[in-house]
Design a protein around this ligand. Structure first.
Ligand SMILES: N[C@@H](CCC(=O)N[C@@H](CS)C(=O)NCC(=O)O)C(=O)O
Length: 199
């Protein structure tokens, strides 16, 4: 049984979506976190080193950080083939785009949000204006980040773009909007929303 340490409407929400896609046995453990305005407190029961969510526990095996959780879960519950396993074709591409999510894409959005230039040659990430064309090139060639197959990478990217595509952080793109529609129209996405709203 997987325990998801969760705060509603946060980065942990997408892991309800992934767990639904995987048809994995899970329970949700609601925790508090600190908020952007300085209010709130980390829950002492949350094993994340900074009291953040998401975190999962697999019978005591703790995993934190979104790409690590995605990889752990798709390896652990391979039935629905949500990520190529070690030795399978596409594994390299899978690991690369998972890592790119927190190594490049999130910092790119955060730099833009904070109006911070990204120093070429020093920062490990690039500006949104460089990252998004690379992602759009991939999505123009196939419906999903790994090509024909939906994967856990799409859970991360699709839910992120669903949040940003209508805002000032991202240039409008029909390719991205169609991609978001493909992701949010999945039955597991609706089940996850219902599960979250049920509390
Ligand atoms: N790098 C982490 C980021 C996790 C994160 O920042 N989560 C936010 C919620 S969306 C949080 O827990 N914030 C509370 C805090 O910063 O103390 C991941 O991708 O899993």
């Amino acid at each position: 049984m997987i325990t998801l340490f969760h705060r509603p409407k946060s980065r942990s929400t997408r892991f309800i979506f992934l767990l639904e896609e995987l048809e994995a046995p899970y329970e949700i453990r609601a925790v508090s976190t600190r908020n952007r305005d300085g209010t709130g407190e980390a829950d002492p029961a949350n094993p994340h080193p900074h009291g953040k969510v998401p975190v999962i526990s697999d019978e005591g095996e703790i995993v934190f950080e979104s790409p690590a959780i995605a990889l752990y879960l798709t390896d652990r519950f391979p039935k629905n083939r949500l990520g190529p396993l070690a030795g399978e074709p596409g594994r390299g591409r899978y690991l690369s785009w998972l890592s790119y999510y927190t190594g490049v894409l999130e910092p790119a959005f955060m730099s833009k949000f904070m109006n911070m230039p990204v120093p070429r040659g020093t920062a490990g990430w690039v500006a949104v204006e460089e990252a998004m064309p690379a992602v759009i090139r991939i999505l123009s060639a196939g419906p999903y980040m790994l090509g024909e197959r939906f994967s856990a990478v799409d859970v991360l990217y699709g839910t992120t773009f669903a949040m940003f595509a209508q805002g000032p952080l991202m240039a409008k793109s029909a390719v991205v909007e169609e991609y978001v529609q493909r992701i949010v129209s999945r039955p597991a996405f609706a089940r996850a929303q219902a599960r979250e709203n049920a509390g």
